[in-house]
Design a protein around this ligand. Structure first.
Ligand code: IMP
Length: 180
């Protein structure tokens, strides 16, 4: 499918399924290299809902020992970042002294991840790193350091591969960009 329509808005294919797989392979190489010699506990923390597909695909390419956790944050409505930060599901485990790798679908304004990193740091982990499939550097102006970035994209709204528009389109196996 080259074109999809949701809520009368037209989106065109931007990153294909095969390209996503290449991005995942590149990210997995980097993440594996970084954590292969870490002998303490590593926890991958996926930010729901958007990163559930990315998380599921990425973990199957990783070859070191780790636990997984999920947190749920609401910060986006429709096609706008609200700037509000609501932690709907918090970490359920003790993370003190552990290495945390946050798995995010996309960093737009960076506000969500920035606030979540602050929360995680209050719990005294051994380290905190961020892995994001997509990043919009022109929007967040590098206010936060993303340790592993799959692909930098322009500031347009995207859907698919876990990313939604008002809860829909998460099931698309490619990533689609809003046509203007
Ligand atoms: P931020 O706080 O502005 O960085 O936004 C973070 C969250 O907003 C992401 O985890 C996504 O869930 C959502 N988001 C940001 N940009 C997009 C987009 O282009 N499409 C769909 N969701 C997005």
């Amino acid at each position: 499918m080259e074109i999809v329509t949701y809520f009368d808005k037209v989106f065109s294919l931007f990153i294909s399924k095969d390209e996503i797989n290449e991005i995942l392979n590149k990210l997995a190489l980097e993440v594996n290299k970084t954590y292969q010699d870490v002998n303490e506990d590593v926890i991958l923390v996926s930010i729901l809902d958007g990163s559930f597909i990315f998380m599921a695909d990425l973990v199957r390419k990783l070859d070191f020992e780790f636990d997984i956790e999920f947190v749920k944050i609401r910060s986006y409505e429709g096609m706008e970042s609200t700037g509000d930060f609501e932690l709907l599901l918090n970490l359920q485990i003790e993370i003190e002294g552990k290495h945390i790798l946050i798995i995010e679908d996309i960093v737009d304004t960076g506000l969500t991840i920035e606030k979540f990193i602050d929360k995680v740091k209050e719990m005294n982990p051994a380290s905190v790193k961020v892995c994001s499939l997509l990043s919009k550097p022109e929007v967040h102006n590098d206010i936060i350091n993303i340790d592993f970035v799959g692909r930098e994209i322009p500031p347009a709204f995207v859907i698919g591969y876990g990313l939604d528009i008002d809860g829909k389109a998460r099931n698309l196996d490619g990533i689609y960009q809003l046509e203007i």
